[in-house]
Design a protein around this ligand. Structure first.
Ligand code: 0L1
Ligand code: MG
Length: 260
């Protein structure tokens, strides 16, 4: 696929996000879009957002649960980027800014040091992490009905849209991240639950994999970045009027309300 086409797909997806418009998956027309080219589209999309004055909070990992990987028929998770404008301040999510959002419970790593792959292990990540915080990611695929292939979702910045970051900070050594339990309730009813082990056996494994995937591109994890490790729970579709509450063992709660 030539550079101009890659750029035009990135523009198309960026406009869909900015205009809150759902679109048909890219691979319907561009049947030759493969994973490698999809990351090139994502790179262009990221560049457009940076040129528009947005800043990267950190990369994120997606499709880190066995269930999601099986569903997509993939053996490797994917990554995308969370930008500053995606971080929600306060406790309200505006439906009018989004297409068809879903929420999933995650943990985020706040990095104290740069980490440069390859051959990074979970132990390297834990040693380089300053704090762990709870997070609720809002994914909002730009594709109709969340209907996409793996290259589609990679090109679409792994459905990144919004994130609520919790205020409880813990050193990684203070937590057993694989055993960390989470419940995700909507309107007072538990809809999803899980443990940190849902993320590739241990959330630090996902961040190590991220460092190694970035290294293939000559990139690294940077000190100060806040990195979403992947979902501990399944993703739940949101509607205006919903009240969302997630409880994280040892990491407090995150609550928000969905408004029109
Ligand atoms: O954060 C993620 O796990 C990315 C999910 C991408 C797939 C989806 O939109 O369901
Ligand atoms: Mg996620």
């Amino acid at each position: 696929m030539d550079k101009a086409t890659i750029k035009s797909i990135a523009q198309f997806l960026n406009s869909a996000e900015l205009e809150k418009r759902e679109v048909v998956k890219i691979t319907k027309e561009h049947t030759d879009l493969d994973v490698e080219t999809a990351y090139e589209v994502q790179e262009q999309l990221v560049l457009m957002k940076l040129e528009a004055g947005n800043e990267i909070i950190g990369p994120k990992m997606g499709l880190t649960s066995q269930a999601k990987m099986k569903q997509m028929g993939v053996e490797e998770p994917i990554y995308g980027y969370v930008f500053d404008y995606m971080v929600v301040n306060g406790d309200q999510l505006s439906m009018s800014e989004l297409i068809h959002p879903k929420v999933e419970a995650e943990v985020a790593f706040i990095m104290g040091r740069d980490v440069q792959g390859p051959n990074i292990t979970a132990e390297d990540i834990l040693a380089a992490t300053e704090y762990i915080i709870p997070a609720l990611e809002i994914i909002d695929s730009r594709y109709e009905n969340f209907n996409f292939t793996l290259p589609d979702v990679i090109a679409d910045n792994a459905s990144s849209s919004r994130v609520f970051l919790g205020t409880t900070l813990r050193r990684p050594q203070e937590l057993e991240l694989d055993l960390l339990g989470v419940t995700l309730s909507i309107n007072g009813e538990i809809r999803e639950l899980g443990a940190g082990a849902a993320i590739l056996g241990h959330p630090a494994n996902a961040i190590a994999m991220l460092a190694n995937m970035l290294a293939r591109k000559g990139l690294k994890i940077k000190a100060g970045q806040t990195i979403l490790a992947g979902a501990i729970t399944g993703a739940v579709m949101l509607q205006a009027g919903d009240t969302v509450s997630a409880k994280f063992d040892g990491l407090g709660t995150i609550d928000f309300k969905v408004k029109e």
